[in-house]
Design a protein around this ligand. Structure first.
Ligand code: NI
Ligand code: MN
Length: 219
């Protein structure tokens, strides 16, 4: 059984009952935050890029949990030597005890000199979960869906800093995703978005609107 716990904005936890994978842990200063950084349990922390609304509380959570950071080297350098980290880069795949993690492109600024934003395809509990990070729509999402059958795509829909609902709907088509979970919207006024309107744009995939603090089982 694989659970998706949504903590608000673009922060979520995948939990297969043995391993806890935390993504983009922005909680302090996040108006949607559904959990305190001190209460988060994680084995791995994945960070897509160094903007504050993604790297967030990574450092404190990593130290407290003795967790392992997965990210590009430039972000790992920001966090420093006191935490365990696995630096990787676009196109790379690492085997981890729960399955694998593949780092895939995202088109967005990096938030740190010399870096790049990224997304991830994570294989856990026999499922492939794609987290786009912050990105615009790009046609090479088709390649991501060709390589790995995407069971769940976690996509930003808020616009302004990332793709909006319209482009995210195209992304679902490019990926051939079976299920989609919208994130990165309604945190602040510039990224206000009606998730129900997004849902209406999607054909051929199930849309799961998860509110901050809610969790769903990824079936
Ligand atoms: Ni960003
Ligand atoms: Mn962002």
């Amino acid at each position: 059984m694989l659970k998706f716990n949504f903590y608000g904005h673009a922060c979520f936890l995948l939990d297969d009952g043995k391993y806890k994978l935390l993504f983009d842990p922005f909680l302090s200063g996040n108006p949607q935050a559904a959990i305190k950084p001190d209460d988060v349990k994680a084995d791995y922390v994945f960070v897509t890029h160094a903007h504050g609304d993604h790297v967030g509380d990574a450092y404190d959570i990593l130290r407290k949990n003795q967790a392992t950071l997965v990210c590009i080297p430039e972000v790992a350098d920001l966090v420093g030597d006191e935490v365990k980290s696995i630096g990787m880069n676009l196109g790379g795949t690492i085997k981890l005890p729960f399955g694998f993690a593949r780092m895939v492109p995202a088109l967005h600024s990096a938030g740190v000199a010399g870096g790049t934003c990224c997304g991830y395809v994570v294989h856990i509990a026999d499922k492939n979960i794609y987290f786009a990070g912050d990105t615009c729509l790009f046609s090479d999402m088709k390649l991501i869906g060709e390589r790995d059958k995407i069971d769940y795509a976690v996509l930003p829909i808020g616009g302004h800093f990332t793709m909006d609902a319209y482009d995210a709907a195209r992304a679902v088509e490019f990926l051939g995703a079976k299920n989609v979970i919208p994130v990165h919207y309604n945190t602040w006024q510039p990224i206000e978005q009606d998730a129900e309107e997004f849902k209406k744009l999607i054909k051929g995939a199930a849309v799961h609107i998860v509110k901050p603090g809610e969790s769903i089982e990824l079936a």
